[in-house]
Design a protein around this ligand. Structure first.
Ligand SMILES: Nc1ncnc2c1ncn2[C@@H]1O[C@H](COP(=O)(O)OP(=O)(O)OP(=O)(O)O)[C@@H](O)[C@H]1O
Length: 416
């Protein structure tokens, strides 16, 4: 995708093969009245590199730090420590420049329900500084790409959930951003709508977009992402392709059911045959089951790395040793297994788990300037749109900052 520049001010950009680089990102929130509640370590030193033209998925349970990461990249929140570089531009030193080169989903579709999809998109383009004719052309282009042709001239309030999501994605793409941030792009869609959205996202990536995706759907990350980062309590638990994560979580397991031979060292015989095929020791997992032929069978399992070929090899080896095989199957871990293993290991207990609350700070009233009031989820959406608008319309950028973010800049909480 080409890049559209909306101002003459060229940002201070260094050449980079990465559309996004995060280094040592830390963020601690104060909570409670006057910030006297527990500190929440939302991010504990996050590192991430997203090569240009790829999709990177952030996976984590509720409260893991996904939205905080996304907000740091979208310049809605200033981290306490670390750096955010978008397409070579330092987001902390020059947030205004970064806002012009990121597109964030969830921001635009609701601009005005009474306007048509086309009018909404054209307006977003104009807010980015595109002349009306160019904004119209880009809006028509995206409407065609995102299969919204039939609905383009209908008021947006008549759109289905899936159409709104596609219009929303179009809004995030209107400025031909270097990095597209999709925060849970298919939440609430039915399976068909989700698959249609995946197709649209895949097409955009095929034409060169770089995407940072957060999702609660592991199959979404599996289907779309080149790389996945699993985070929990603001810390990276694992990073890699879906296949790498699956094999790091334990690889495939071969399970074999055999007719128990009636001689003394039968177990040793089965165990050594299977261990030779596997990449770890074989274990007897179940025994004493009556088979349909009134003989007793036993189940064995062994970790393997050759997929179904391991099952064939096991049957051949056991048959050669005179042991009858009743059943053999290989199971490969799903991304769900990976996710559960990684997040269970870190002590996550469920959807309401808080990220990294580790201390209660008692301060005398008035001893710090942070309000510490938790923000309502969803507030950043409006704030990003406001900030983009104020940037492109030349208003004072600082006016769009919340008191919370100003406090963020003046005060750096530390993780202990
Ligand atoms: N403004 C805030 N004030 C206080 N705590 C906050 C604030 N924003 C986030 N947190 C806390 O930081 C942690 C990380 O939150 P974050 O929203 O980034 O998680 P998430 O992975 O996006 O979760 P979810 O999937 O539920 O959206 C959570 O414990 C959350 O309660």
């Amino acid at each position: 995708m080409g890049r559209h520049s909306i101002t003459d001010d060229a940002p201070d950009r260094r050449a980079s093969p990465y559309a996004l680089e995060l280094r040592g990102l830390q963020k601690t929130f104060r909570t409670g009245l006057f910030g006297r509640g527990p500190r929440v370590h939302a991010l504990n030193g996050l590192d991430l590199s997203v090569p240009t033209g790829t999709v990177h998925a952030l996976l984590g349970p509720n409260g893991a730090g996904k939205t905080t990461t996304v907000r740091a990249v979208a310049t809605l929140m200033t981290p306490d420590e670390g750096s955010v570089i978008v397409d070579g531009v330092d987001a902390i030193a020059d947030p205004g420049a970064v806002r012009k080169i990121v597109g964030v989903s969830g921001q635009y579709a609701a601009v005005d329900g009474n306007l048509t999809g086309f009018e909404n998109l054209r307006m977003v383009g104009q807010l980015y500084g595109q002349p009306r004719s160019e904004a119209s052309e880009r809006a028509r282009e995206l409407i065609a790409e995102l299969n919204l042709g039939d609905a383009a001239d209908r008021p947006m309030r008549t759109y289905s959930g899936g159409m709104r999501r596609r219009l929303d994605l179009a809004g995030a793409l209107i400025n031909r951003p270097s990095l597209v941030i999709l925060d849970e792009p298919t939440t609430g869609l039915d399976p068909r709508g989700r698959r249609q959205m995946w197709e649209v996202i895949a097409e955009q990536v095929g034409s060169g977009a770089t995407v940072l995706l957060t999702t609660q759907y592991l199959e979404e990350a599996d289907a779309l992402a080149d790389e996945i980062t699993v985070i929990d309590h603001g810390t990276i638990r694992a990073q890699g392709s879906a296949a790498e994560l699956k094999s790091a979580t334990g690889g495939s397991i071969l399970t074999v059911e055999v007719v128990v031979p009636q001689y003394d060292d039968a177990d040793t015989q089965v165990s050594s045959s299977l261990t030779q095929i596997g990449v770890g020791p074989a274990e007897r997992v179940e025994s004493g089951t009556e088979t349909v032929t009134d003989t007793t069978s036993a189940r064995w399992s062994v970790p393997v790395d050759a997929g179904t070929r391991s099952a064939v090899a096991a049957v051949l080896a056991l048959s050669a040793a005179g042991i009858e095989v009743v059943d053999a199957s290989v199971s490969t871990p799903t991304l769900d297994d990976v996710f559960l293993t990684l997040t269970e290991r870190s002590g996550t207990t469920g959807p309401d788990t808080l990220g990294g609350v580790d201390e209660i700070i008692h301060r005398p009233a008035g001893s710090d300037t942070a309000t510490g009031e938790p923000e309502a989820k969803g507030e950043p959406v409006d704030r990003f749109a406001d900030t983009v608008c104020s940037d492109v319309l030349g208003a004072d950028e600082r006016a769009a900052d919340s008191p919370d973010d100003r406090a963020d800049r003046s005060e750096h909480a530390h993780v202990h």
